[in-house]
Design a protein around this ligand. Structure first.
Ligand code: B1M
Length: 222
């Protein structure tokens, strides 16, 4: 019989939120990520073990399948919802400091830009990768990023831009952050962004998809 962490990982990967959620139809009336995460904690499994051995594994599979175009945005969003329902049980342990995370990641969509679907996917994958995510939302300018960095020294930064017109603001934010914190690491992404543009504006890394972002952070943390 599969152990509880394997079952939890399966629920997250397949977007099964809780017992009453109808998706996916093949798992109707079965426990979902919500119930299984609670049960795993009740069985005495540590929150960091649940994160490492169920949620991170599941989200890495989701990310890789998405990169290979085997699944699409709707499946990824369902996986995100399932992960969030499990994370709701784990968060109090991480927030109390009882369980450590890999580090902090500040993310936002740059000023002038209201697109947040891709940014939210990246945030969710990075959270699933074991990081604390500080999501500043959309239309975020340099000052807000700098304030968040002051409040969370050493945090990594992620910028998302979907409009060619707002890519210029990405450049302004990178310059402002690098001027004040030359050692900071900035990851950029979004449909019009390229590796070439990333190098041109002095950011540290570009990823076309959430999994690339997770891999970059993992490599920095190791
Ligand atoms: Co807008 N929009 N939109 N829009 N919109 C686009 C981006 C556009 C390409 C549509 C088009 O004309 N074909 C076009 C941009 C053209 C350009 O600049 N080249 C456009 C435009 C012009 C506009 C408006 C100006 C329209 C108008 O009002 N005249 C306006 C701008 C508003 C503003 O931001 N100030 C606008 C508004 C909107 C809505 C509000 C209606 C809505 C956004 C809703 C929301 O986000 N909450 C919207 C939408 C939905 C889109 C499209 C249809 C879909 C974008 C999306 O969510 N894609 C888009 C056309 C399209 O892409 N087909 C379009 C799915 C998402 C998962 O992908 O965000 O690329 P994406 O994220 C990917 C990767 O890029 C990467 O990972 C994600 C998963 O793979 N990634 C990162 C993203 N961020 C990353 C960060 C990283 C790493 C990877 O590290 C930090």
């Amino acid at each position: 019989m599969e152990n509880i962490l394997e079952r939890l990982a399966y629920c997250v990967e397949n977007g099964k939120i809780n017992k009453t959620s109808p998706y996916p139809p093949s798992m109707k009336d079965q426990d979902g990520a919500d119930e299984l995460a609670r049960q795993a904690l009740d069985e005495g499994i540590r929150p960091d073990e649940i994160l490492e051995n169920a949620l991170i594994v599941a989200m890495a599979n989701v990310g890789n399948r998405f990169s290979r175009k085997e699944i699409y945005v709707p499946q990824m969003l369902m996986a995100a919802k399932a992960m969030n329902s499990a994370m709701a049980h784990l968060k109090p342990f991480f927030q109390s400091g009882e369980t450590k995370r890999k580090g902090k990641f500040i993310i936002g969509t740059v000023s002038g830009d209201l697109h947040d679907i891709g940014k939210n996917l990246v945030a969710m994958m990075i959270e699933g990768g074991g990081w604390e995510v500080i999501d500043l939302g959309v239309d975020v300018g340099a000052e807000k990023f700098l304030k968040a960095l002051d409040d969370n020294p050493g945090a990594l930064i992620g910028l998302s831009a979907l409009l060619t017109t707002t890519m210029e603001n990405m450049k302004k934010i990178v310059s402002a952050v690098k001027e004040k914190h030359p050692d900071s690491k900035i990851l950029v992404g979004g449909a019009p962004v390229t590796m070439d543009y990333c190098s041109k504006i002095g950011a540290d890394f570009y990823s076309p998809d959430p999994q690339g972002a997770v891999n970059y952070l993992r490599q920095l943390a190791s």
